[in-house]
Ligand binder design. Structure first.
Ligand code: C5P
Length: 206
């Protein structure tokens, strides 16, 4: 049996990368695959009101504690367990406690910026980019942010135009060039997901 493999799943917000990553994890036995989300590593914003926090650019690499994410990926690769932070999108801050994640043969990391940041990109053995049309991404984002993240339509619209879209064009979209595999149409692309899963199963059985 080979050592563990780290698979990165990147793509814009609302692209369906979380669905792809979850479907990959589900295709394996629980002890064989784990998921780590870049979103859990948003930095703690100290001495700021909730209104000030809401205006932070959360789509720039500086907003994420990539040092800690890198350390955690290295620990998982060494067979160690990690305590992943818990992030609350409604308050823009970390919650008390952590989620224990044990190492496994397949480690999947998903996030908008994991290919854009060299310190994370260089740890990835397989890079999958989920490529979805911008109109579908923004529609999904509006629905998700209003239903699950306690946002108003006005706030989603302003954030999209001031930070989400410009940062996607500056960091996320150009990082597609680093992908080994590009999945069109997001999480609904069962054919592409099945092909990746069967390839990984072959790898596991080697
Ligand atoms: O799950 P998804 O990849 O969409 O999460 C990333 C998005 O979360 C970013 O586009 C960022 O704008 C958003 N975000 C937010 N509020 C926070 C932290 C991140 O809207 N406090």
């Amino acid at each position: 049996m080979k050592d563990c493999i780290i698979i990165g799943v990147a793509g814009g917000s609302g692209s369906g990368k979380t669905t792809v990553a979850n479907n990959l994890v589900k295709a394996f036995k629980a002890e064989d695959a784990v998921l780590v989300e870049q979103d859990a590593y948003y930095r703690e914003l100290l001495n700021m009101s909730i209104e000030e926090k809401a205006n932070v650019n959360f789509d720039h690499p500086d907003s994420i504690e990539f040092e800690l994410l890198r350390k955690h990926l290295e620990m998982l690769k060494e067979g160690k367990s990690i305590d992943r932070p818990i992030y609350d999108f409604t308050t823009h801050s970390r919650k008390e406690g952590a989620v224990r994640i044990n190492s496994s043969k397949i480690i999947i990391i998903e996030g908008i910026l994991i290919f854009a940041v060299p310190e994370i990109r260089e740890l990835l053995d397989v890079k999958i980019f989920v490529d979805t049309d911008a109109d579908e991404m923004v529609l999904r984002r509006i629905e998700r942010d209003m239903n699950e993240r306690g946002r108003s339509f006005e706030s989603v619209k302003n954030q999209y135009l001031t930070t989400v879209k410009p940062m996607f064009l500056e960091f996320c979209e150009p990082s597609k060039r680093y992908a080994d595999v590009i999945i069109p149409r997001g999480g609904e692309n069962k054919v592409a997901i099945d092909m990746i899963v069967s390839n990984l199963k072959g790898y596991l059985n080697q």
